[in-house]
Design a protein around this ligand. Sequence first.
Ligand SMILES: [Zn+2]
Ligand SMILES: [Zn+2]
Length: 429
Amino acid sequence: MRRMSATRRPFLAARLLSPARRLEPGRMNMSASQSPKRASLCTQSTVTAPAASATSIPTCLSAKSCRNGTRCGSPNPNGRRRRELQSHVRRQNYFPDCTGPAISSQAKRSQFFENGPGAKHITARHGMARMARIIFLGTAAAIPTISRGLPCVCIEREGGLLVFDVGEGAQAAFAKAGLGWNRETAIFVTHLHGDHCLGLPGLIQTMSMQGRGRPLAVYGPEGTAEFVMTNLRMLRFSPPFELSVRDIGEGAIHHSNDYTVSACRADHAIPALSYLFREADRPGRFHPDRARALGVPEGPLWKELQRGRDVPGRGGTVRPGDVLGRGRPGSSVGYSGDTRPTAGLERFFAGCDHLIFDSTFAEEHSERAGSTGHSTAAGAAALARNAGVKHLILTHFSARYADDTIPLAEARRIHHSVTAAADQMSIEV
Ligand SMILES: [Zn+2]
Ligand SMILES: [Zn+2]
C-alpha cells in the first residue's frame, strides 16, 4: 500500500476536519453555498444517442424546460424541430446514455416514460382514484442478479418522489425508469446493510452531475448521517444542492399538506426501520347540481366549497357538506425493509392498501429466515392477512431462487391478493 508522507498527512487531516466540513453527528446539512463550484453539465453541446441511431440532439430544448434544472438557456427550437425531437424520442424508446434532453410532456406520457422499457404495469385493484404509483427499481436481496437490482422502491406522487432504500446502482435504474434528477425528493433508508444504502453516495453524485438544484432530504436509522457524511468526506465531494441527512426513530418523520411518512422499528440483524406512507383523507365528490340548486354559481366559489370553506348562496350560507359526498380515505403504502414479521409491524401496517414486504426466503429456508432476520413469503402473507392488508407485494428475493414461482405460490395460499415485484414494474395506487 502506498503510504502518505508525513508532511502530507497533517494537511489532509486539516482539510477533513475543517469547520466547514465538520458536521453534527446525527444530522447533516450541506448547502449549495458550501460547495466549491456548482457543476453545470447542461450546455449547448450535443449528446449522441445510442448506437442504434447516430442522431444527435441538443441537451436542452429551452431555458424553462431544461431537464437538468440548470436553465442553461439553449434556444427553444421551432415547432418543426420540436416535433422531430419528440418523434426521435418515441423511436428510440429508451436513452440509456442520455444526459438530459428536455423531454416534452407528451413524450413523458409515452409508455416508456410511464413504465420504463419492458416494464410490467399494474392498475390498482381497489377502485381508488389514481393518486400515485409505486415503481420498483430493485427487488433482489443482498446480491444483484441479471434481472434484479438491489433494493430501491419509489412512490411517485404529484411530481415528487419518495424513495425507499438505495441499493448499489440505483441511479442506473432511476435513469432507466426516466424518473429525472431534479424533482422534489425524499429518501428513506431502512438500515445500513450495504444492499440498502451503498447506492446513496452514487445517487447523490449523479444528481449533482445532472445539475440538481432542489434540496434533498435523507432519513434513516442511527448512523445514516455519519454514513453519508463519511462517504462524501472520503470522496471529497460536496453536492451543489442542499442536502439534509437525519437519523430518525419511530413516529411521523416526513409531512406534506396531504400525506405523512411514519417509521416503525423492524426486527432485523441490525437496527432497522419500516416505513408507512399514508395519504390524508380526501374530500368527497363535488356535486355541481346541488351547488347550482343552492344558488352558488360556477367559478371560484365552487373551489372554496371543495376546499372545505363556507360560501354565500341564494338562501344563506352554503356549507361544504351540502354539496360534497362522503369523504374518501387516502391510500397507504407500507415498506418493510429487511425484517422478521412481528406483532408491532402487524399493528403498524394494519389496513394498509399496498404492503411491500421482505420475502427473502421460501418456506424450505424458514429457519435461515429467522436466524438472519428476514421473512419468508409465507410469513409476509400471514402478517398481511392478520393486518387486513388489501394487497401484498413480495420483494427482496434471494438469488438462490431461479424465479419467484415458489415464494409467490406459498404466499397466495395464505393471502388473497399477492404480487411478486419485478424491476421496473409500476403499480398505480
Ligand atoms: Zn437486504
Ligand atoms: Zn439487511
